[in-house]
Design a protein around this ligand. Structure first.
Ligand SMILES: NC(=O)C1=CN([C@@H]2O[C@H](COP(=O)(O)OP(=O)(O)OC[C@H]3O[C@@H](n4cnc5c(N)ncnc54)[C@H](OP(=O)(O)O)[C@@H]3O)[C@@H](O)[C@H]2O)C=CC1
Ligand SMILES: O=C(O)[C@@H]1CCC=N1
Length: 249
């Protein structure tokens, strides 16, 4: 996720240093170091925590010394709470954000939530920084941010899986893999672009506009969600992702 955001962040005029033991192919304007020891005496206005939540306890404490006076920590980690991170880094100001993968093409959706000691200026900076990668949604509690994680952070995974299963079903109707992919992505992309047009009808009305009485779509929709199975499954999906975020706090 860090490299997806980085691809948009490099469009600004900050100097960015990445610490990553293995990273390759970073943008030319970024300074890459393999180990924190190489920047031990440097300080930064913003330290971005982009390792897996399970690694934060091990990796982040050393970076407390690198935070400039007045600076803050921006965490993209799922679940891991801001108070816990702030304490781990010597009571540093923390802002949590939850981006999603389309940030890589500037089409991400990122939730933002202030943590301990975060000022309005830190939040303004974080919001401006994240908005380079797409739209932002400010929320006022970590509980809410964990729900953003369940809906939007993990969301592209659900969408890719739905598209994959849809394409698999198209192949079972006799289409080649390429034709199935083109048809499915074209259909999903076209429908979503239409629903995203300014002034577009509600999702329910749009669905109804495809559904002729007694026709093919009605038959398909009945098989898809006539028993509420799809709706129930999506509720369970979001709840499971949220529950996992809570476990990672
Ligand atoms: N994937 C997603 O769509 C989203 C992820 N997130 C959050 O982003 C964070 C990263 O997740 P994700 O990108 O999926 O995971 P990755 O494993 O792909 O990225 C983690 C990166 O951290 C590097 N790393 C490991 N150890 C260290 C270390 N000691 N010092 C510096 N860097 C290190 C890894 O290097 P190496 O590969 O060599 O191990 C890797 O490049 C997580 O906290 C996750 O919750 C948030 C929103 C969406
Ligand atoms: O799966 C994960 O834990 C991360 C956080 C949101 C998306 N990917």
């Amino acid at each position: 996720m860090g490299s997806a955001l980085l691809s948009q962040w490099v469009n600004g005029d900050e100097s960015i240093t990445v610490v990553d033991p293995m990273a390759t192919d970073l943008p030319d304007s970024v300074k890459l170091v393999r180990d924190r020891g190489e920047i031990a005496s440097e300080s930064f206005d913003c330290i971005i925590a982009a390792v897996k939540p399970q690694l934060i306890d091990e990796v982040l404490p050393d970076y407390a010394e690198n935070l400039a006076k007045g600076g803050y920590v921006l965490s993209i980690a799922a679940g891991y709470s801001a108070p816990r991170l702030s304490k781990l880094m010597g009571d540093a100001p923390v802002v949590r954000t939850m981006p999603n993968l389309p940030a890589a093409i500037g089409r991400g959706v990122s939730g933002l939530c202030p943590g301990p000691h975060a000022t309005d200026d830190h939040m303004k900076h974080a919001e401006a920084f994240m908005s380079r990668a797409g739209t932002t949604i400010a929320v006022d509690s970590e509980e809410k941010l964990d729900r953003v994680t369940a809906v939007a952070g993990s969301g592209p995974g659900y969408v890719f899986e739905i598209a994959r299963a849809y394409a698999e079903a198209a192949m079972a109707q006799g289409f080649s893999e390429d034709d199935a992919r083109d048809m499915v992505l074209g259909t999903i992309g076209g429908a979503i672009a239409m629903a995203s047009e300014p002034g577009a009808a509600s999702l329910e009305d749009l669905r109804n506009s495809v559904t002729s009485k007694g026709g093919t779509t009605a038959a398909g929709l009945n098989a898809l969600n006539g028993d509420n199975g799809l709706s129930d499954r999506l509720h369970a999906t979001l709840q499971a992702a949220y529950d996992r975020a809570v476990e990672l706090r």
